[in-house]
Ligand binder design. Sequence first.
Ligand code: NAD
Length: 488
Amino acid sequence: TALGAAALSSLGPEVVVPSYDRTAVRAGIVHFGVGAFHRAHQAMYLDRLMNEGKALDWGICGVGVLPGDRRMRDALAAQDHLYTLVIKHADGTFEPRVVGSIVDYLFAPDDPDAVIEKLADEATRIVSLTVTEGGYNFNAVTGEFDPTNPDVVHDLQPGAAPRTTFGLIVEGLVRRRERGLPPFTVLSCDNIQGNGDAARKSFGAFAALRDPGLGRWVQENVAFPNCMVDRITPVTTDDDRAEIARRFGVEDRWPVVCEPFTQWVLEDSFPLGRPRFEDVGVQLVADVEPYELMKLRLLNASHQALCYFGYLAGHRLVHDVCQDPLFANFLLAYMDREATPTLEPVPGVDLGEYKPNLIARFSNPHVRDTVARLCAESSDRIPKWLLPVIRHNLAHDGEISRSAAVVASWARYAEGVDEEGRPIEVVDRLADRLTASARRQRADRLAFLADREVFGDLVDDERFTSVYRQHLDSLYEIGARATLEKLV
Ligand code: NAD
């Protein structure tokens, strides 16, 4: 059955469908970057609430900003914005649920003004974002908003039809202010430490470039709560589509698959109100930072710790890497000896359970997360997730050997050639530059690390460079697997 509102009553009993009347749901949230993760996480929490008869005025209107989002607009529009979320348990059980909390989708390149009017609508009280780590437009060296980005330059022309998230959202805020409406809350759900603060900085900077007074107004009047988000959500494959059709009889153009685990820790700062997220398992706290650091330095940095070594050792799926005891031991050692000493105590979380549970989550064979997904856009990830661990340990005389090995494994991977001489497709906005410097390191071991836009002044730290060099030598001399064996 092709998924859509009319099909809901004819789906098999194993497929849970919305118990609420979707025609009664009104959009209160506008979400930018409706991809896999948003649909497995925030939209799922809202759907849970709606199934309890709550939050019917907090439906989601999705927005796509990039040309590639046309596909998502078309897929959702064809099925009344419904989609199937399939939770894949480690024992092979699949739990399918049709999610109904997204009620509309606007594709900004077709009609930017429709997006701005939606943002300016009084009913819109939260504007949330999953636009990737790179979506905040920070210069990697200075950490400041990059005003030279051509789309930003375009959006700053007076009267320009906005192309960027910044142009659209700031214009939405301006129209509200003109109309005497209070600003909505901007909720970043990207994997960035201090994601709310990062959003405040980038939207504030864009607004200030339009007009300094507007910049101050945004800084002072718009709430940007921080949050920690967690649920491993791989890219949907054609195999997923086929398997969902076969097992459940649902033909879904773009289903989402994910692991059972989910966590959302949210700073409770929503001047125009919010759904009762606490009723469906979201933790509302005063300070998100300890949770964020735990997640970014244990989960996300471990993803980087496994992906380059894993790829070079011949693995292509994350669970194959983590079911390999050599890798599991390496990851646990990185977490225990290098990441954990940099963390503050995390209220209510037992790290002694959290860490082995991460290995178990990564080892779930049904999620089929790919090593390639983890290797993509490394230049946005390593600096945000792993380098802070290294800097902390350098400053506190802590251990750095395993983290240095991870950076070396990235440097080796970035050459774009594997240990058998086959090409690696390096997916990174800095790919050309990274590959060029990685190729020079056969002669000059520090060539890759010398990229200050990515690594800052790490190359000047003798303590770091001496171990880094040894690991890189080892990667060239004996390969990834044997290098790990020496380390564990
Ligand atoms: P995805 O590729 O499915 O979706 C990404 C969305 O972001 C797309 O709609 C894309 O058009 C949009 N986007 C990208 N760059 C943009 C830009 N510069 N401006 C505007 N829109 C932009 O990816 P996903 O799995 O949904 O992950 C998105 C983000 O969610 C991640 O980068 C991460 O920060 C966060 N996250 C993901 C996971 C996960 O397991 N997938 C887990 C936790 C957090």
